[in-house]
Design a protein around this ligand. Structure first.
Ligand SMILES: [Zn+2]
Length: 75
């Protein structure tokens, strides 16, 4: 599997500035929601890095955890 580089923190943006082709993975929600903002592939809501996080594969080939999403929970 090819290595996917982690997106730059300089791409981060807020909901108001988020555009269609920017990653909408929430990287911080402490004061206001900060989105990743890295460029996405066509038809994807996330950059390759966060898409790989969102579609979490079973950690160790054996058991499936049944968790389809790895989104950060409310704090
Ligand atoms: Zn992203």
């Amino acid at each position: 599997m090819p290595e996917i580089p982690e997106p730059s923190s300089r791409d981060r943006t807020t909901l108001f500035k988020l555009r269609a082709q920017q990653c909408r993975y929430v990287v911080s929600d402490e004061t206001e929601a900060i989105f990743c903002g890295a460029p996405t592939d066509d038809g994807s809501s996330w950059c390759p890095w966060h898409r790989q996080l969102v579609y979490t594969k079973p950690a160790s080939g054996g058991m499936r955890t049944g968790r389809g999403f790895a989104l950060p929970g409310p704090r």
